[in-house]
Each structure stands twice: as structure tokens, then as C-alpha cells.
Design a protein around this ligand. Structure first.
Ligand code: FES
Ligand SMILES: [Fe+2]
Length: 394
């Protein structure tokens, strides 16, 4: 299976010609006014990955998500009818937060203040002494946020009337997401972090291989070799606001250490047993959702802006079966920690870049051809902000 088949992949030269090549203003990486425009033009009206269906497996299962840029607390619930819905975690009586638990399972949600009680579908079921109110129960349901599921991933959209369905938003990538192991995942491990960097400074780091040999000398030998010393991708593709790249394969990778080799062997056996052998996919989805297919650890990385110079990251590794043997647990933990080690190596470089950009010392940044994915994100953001500003003026 070629998981990138639906996106038209192009060799570097051809793909780079689709992008601009000049320097770009550094302001969007730190300017608070620009951040506010991005918040309204992009994050308040895009489909955003917020969770996975395996987190809410049964009727009444729920997760709570704080979305700071929207000042929202969202209750994502699987209803008794099996539907996944997203509600504002706000009582319709006088605004109290209904739930404080990060996750759980309930038949109904009662507000602690005056006990208004809602069903898993958000409808107001009961309210003490309701006869003394001059409003109908059916007008007091929890306020919804648009919520759809694709490939096991739960997405929300704060726009009152989303301009695109989730499937239209992803275009050809929708089917690719459904084909990934995460669509069948039953478990995941997660690492959350906060970083003193703009969401684009952070995401850009994961959209280019130019830095591999400098920031990751310990592990880059696997990706960088004589004919491809920077470990550059071999092809790039664009689908609307989304991007993809084909990662290179070192024909003679260095021999891993004995313990790594042992883990890889176990993973290989597990991957074959679970039917998880598939081509590499490396999707950079708009606005800030990174999906890489790596058997048996399906990797995702979601970034949430907290401010012009602050971002929260959520890294997950999805699995399609239980940790039912010591060797499976070992292999999963080892590959997960190996990848997290690499992400930790990136951290200081990202923070350092943010500090430098925010100083205003460099008016422009530069992207070379093999940094065309960050450039595409930059161009996409510019276009959407311009579209938003035109709408506001009209
Ligand atoms: S604020 Fe929730 S019942 Fe009063
Ligand atoms: Fe890196």
C-alpha cells in the first residue's frame, strides 16, 4: 500500500518551484497583533484534532479539553446512541463548569451549583424547581461545538457554520488517514509539553530535515548518508493547506546497538503479526497536526497555540492491541522513548530560535528548497489571514 498515493508527489526541484523563493518577514513568528489575526482567521475556524475515539470507547465516556486560545473548556462525550459530540463545559443556567475530571464515564452530567442535569446528548434532563423559570427545557441544552471523526481522530471546529466538512477540509488525505493504523487504535501513550515558542517556530522544526545532522548527531546517521548527507526527503506534495513528504531510506543504515536491535526484532515480529507493515507517511496537516506512520508506533504530534510565543504540544503513539506480553511492552516503550529523546534534542534549538526572532534583530527569515514545507505553511497562513481581513473589510 502506498499511503501517499492520493497526494501528487513531486521531485524536489519541481515541488520547490510551486513555492516562492525569497526571504520572508520574521514578524509572524512573534508579533502579538499577527498572532491575534491567526487566532481569529485560522484557529477559530479550522478543523482541529482534539482526541481519539479510543479515549471514549463506551456510551457515557468523556474527555475534557481546555482550549486556551478560544477560552473554551470542551466536554467531548460519546452519547448513549454511540455518537461523539463536543459541548462547552458550561452550565446553561448561569455558566458554571459542569465537569472538572479530565476523563471518565457518566450517565448524565449534573452541575454542582444548582443541580441542573444534562444527558450524554447535551439535553437538559432535569432542573430543581424548574417551574419557576420562564424558559423551556429544550432551549437549555448544552452549547455544542462542531465535532466530526475521521480515521479514529476526533476533530472540532469553533466556526458557527464551518465552511467545509471535515472530509472536504482534508481532500485526498481523508482516505489516507482512514488507512493508517491509528484508525484501529485501542491504546496510546502520550507526552505533553509546553514550549516558549510560537506554534509555527515549533511546527517548522518538524517540517524540515536540514537540521538533522547538527541537532541529532546521535541518531542522524540512520537518516543521513554519503549520497544524502542532510537526509533530505525525496519528494514533496501539497493538498490545499496540507503537505506531505516522502522520507528517504538509507540503503546501508548503521548497525544499531544490541539492545536496539533486539527491540527492532521484536517490533518487526509484532508489526508483521499485527499487519502493520506499510510505507512511510509523513503528513503535515493544517493548521498544526503532524502524523507519521511508523509501525507499530503510529505517531501524532498536535500543537496548540497558547500565545504569540508559547505553544502546547501533545505527542502520541497509537497501538492497535493490548500490551499483552513483556516483549511487546518493551518494544513499544523503547521505540517511544527513542523518538521522545529526539524531540527533546529539538527543544533547545526551537526556544533559541524563538528568542532570536522575538528580538527583532532579523527582519526576515530564509527557507531553502528543502525547507519548502515550512514555507508552504507560512504562505498558507498569509493567504488565510489576508482572506479573513478582506472578509472583515467587506
Ligand atoms: S449554574 Fe449550573 S445549575 Fe446553576
Ligand atoms: Fe529534529
Amino acid at each position: 500500500m502506498n499511503v501517499q498515493s492520493a497526494i501528487h508527489m513531486l521531485p524536489t526541484e519541481e515541488a520547490a518551484k510551486l513555492r516562492g523563493r525569497g526571504p520572508l518577514s520574521s514578524k509572524p513568528y512573534y508579533d502579538p497583533e499577527w498572532y491575534e489575526l491567526e487566532r481569529k482567521a485560522i484557529f477559530m475556524r479550522s478543523w482541529l484534532h482534539i482526541g481519539h475515539v479510543c479515549e471514549i470507547p463506551e456510551p457515557g465516556s468523556f474527555i475534557l479539553r481546555e482550549v486556551e486560545f478560544a477560552k473554551a473548556s470542551l466536554l467531548i462525550v460519546r452519547g448513549k446512541d454511540g455518537e461523539v459530540r463536543a459541548f462547552h463545559n458550561v452550565c446553561t443556567h448561569r455558566g458554571t463548569r459542569l465537569v472538572e475530571d479530565a476523563e471518565g464515564k457518566r450517565n448524565q452530567f449534573s452541575c454542582p451549583y444548582h443541580m441542573w442535569t444534562y444527558g450524554t446528548d447535551g439535553k437538559l434532563l432535569s432542573a430543581p424547581d424548574f417551574e419557576r423559570f420562564y424558559v423551556k427545557k429544550e432551549d437549555c441544552s448544552l452549547k455544542t461545538v462542531h465535532c466530526e471523526v475521521l480515521g479514529g481522530f476526533i476533530f472540532i471546529n469553533f466556526e458557527r457554520h464551518p465552511r467545509q466538512t471535515l472530509r472536504d477540509f482534508f481532500g485526498p488525505i481523508a482516505e489516507e488517514l482512514e488507512a493508517l493504523p491509528s484508525a484501529r487504535a485501542t491504546h496510546f501513550t502520550e507526552c505533553r509539553y509546553e514550549i516558549a515558542a510560537n506554534w509555527k517556530t515549533n511546527f517548522d522544526n518538524f517540517q524540515e530535515n536540514y537540521h538533522l545532522r547538527f541537532i541529532h548527531p546521535r541518531t542522524s546517521a540512520a537518516a543521513c548518508w554519503e549520497e544524502n548527507p542532510f537526509g533530505y526527503p525525496v519528494a514533496y506534495g501539497f493538498a490545499g493547506p496540507h503537505r506531505s513528504q516522502t522520507l528517504p531510506t538509507n540503503p546501508n543504515p548503521p548497525m544499531p546497538s544490541a539492545v536496539m536491535l533486539d527491540g527492532y526484532r521484536r517490533i518487526g515480529a509484532i508489526a508483521v503479526r499485527e499487519g502493520l507493515v506499510f510505507d512511510k507517511a509523513d503528513f503535515k496537516l493544517f493548521p498544526a497536526f503532524h502524523v507519521v506512520g511508523l509501525a507499530p508506533n503510529q505517531f501524532t504530534h498536535t500543537m496548540w497555540p497558547l500565545g504569540p510565543d508559547r505553544t502546547r504540544g501533545q505527542v502520541r503513539f497509537y497501538f492497535t492491541s493490548d500490551n499483552d506480553s513483556a516483549s511487546k511492552l518493551f518494544a513499544r516503550e523503547m521505540t517511544t522513548m527513542t523518538i521522545l529523546d529526539v524531540l527533546c534534542e529539538d527543544r533547545d534549538a526551537i526556544i533559541s530560535a524563538q528568542k532570536g526572532l522575538a528580538s527583532g534583530a532579523v527582519s526576515h527569515v530564509h527557507f531553502q528548497d528543502h525547507e519548502m514545507l515550512p514555507r508552504h505553511l507560512y504562505e498558507t497562513v498569509q493567504a488565510l489571514v489576508a482572506e479573513y481581513q478582506a472578509e472583515q473589510e467587506a
